[in-house]
Structure formats: C-alpha cells, structure tokens
Design a protein around this ligand. Sequence first.
Ligand SMILES: [Zn+2]
Length: 98
Amino acid sequence: MSLYRRVTCAKGGTCNTKGRNAKCSKCGRRLEGGAWWYRFRFAGRIVHEPAKTTSKTLAIQAERHRRRGAEQPWNHVDGRQPREPVKQRLRSKKGGNQ
Ligand SMILES: [Zn+2]
C-alpha cells in the first residue's frame, strides 16, 4: 500500500522524489500541490486510483474507505449469505445417496 503525490513535471511525465533532498531528479523541484494517489494490491489485483484531494489526511481516509469497500464483499460482511462450508455440502450429498 502506498500513497503518493502526482505532480506533472515540467520536463514531461510526473515528478519523482529520486533527486537530492527528495526533490524531482528531472526538474529539481520539490513535490508541491497535485492530487494524492493511492496504490495497493487486493486479491491479486492492483488498485491504483486518485484520491481526488490535495489533503494527505483525506487521501489516507479515502484509501482506507476504498480498501474496506473492496474487502467487504470479499469477506461476505456486507449482509450477503456466505457459501455453505464444503464439509457440510459433502455430508448432505452423501446422505442423499444412501
Ligand atoms: Zn519534476
């Protein structure tokens, strides 16, 4: 999980923090302004979206919210019926054959 600021670089593309004092190695400027983006991996998929805010605090909250939104249907905690456990299914199948 990572949170980063995406700033359009004067030299093209987006600014990075690879230069001295975490400055952009291309244009030499500090990252200022620009929206926050978050990126995390969930269930083998990469979620990479803009938080659509320039506030870091809000971006962290947005990422948490997005994560929870992805995890809830996965864990069946959103009110949907979980699948019957495998053991139980096998038992009822066996009983039906005898
Ligand atoms: Zn730059």
